[in-house]
Ligand binder design. Sequence first.
Ligand code: AMP
Ligand code: ZN
Length: 116
Amino acid sequence: MENCLFCKIARGHLPSRKVFEDDEIFAFHDINPARPVHLLVIPKRHITSLATVTDADAPVLGKMLAIAGRLASEQGSPDGFRLIINSGRIGHQEVQHLHAHIVGGPDPVGPMLKRV
Ligand code: AMP
Ligand code: ZN
C-alpha cells in the first residue's frame, strides 16, 4: 500500500519509537498516548481492518495477541493492560491499517466504555 502510514512505519520509511519487530509484526509507541503506556502492534503486511480480515490472517492476528502481555509488561504495565482494536466506521478506526492499541501504566485504565 503506497500511501499507508503504518505500512511506511513498518518498513522503516517513517520514524517511530519501535519496541518490537519480527518478520510479521511491528510494535511502537503511539505518537499521542492516551495513557502512560500506549503501544500499537501492527501486522507488517497491509491488512485494512479487523472488520475485513479472513481466515488467512488468523496466524498474524494470533501473534499480535500473543505478544501483547510481554510488551505491556516490558514497557511499564506489568499488572495488566487493555487491548483495543478499533474497527471500521462504527469502531472509530482512524488509520486504515489494522492495529491493536495496548494501553496501561501504573494506574487502572478505568471503565471500558462510557454507557449511553
Ligand atoms: P485508531 O483511531 O484506532 O485508528 O488509532 C490510530 C492511532 O494512531 C492514534 O492513537 C494515533 O495517535 C496513532 N498514530 C497516528 N499517527 C501515528 C504515528 N506517526 N506514529 C505513531 N502513532 C500514530
Ligand atoms: Zn498499510
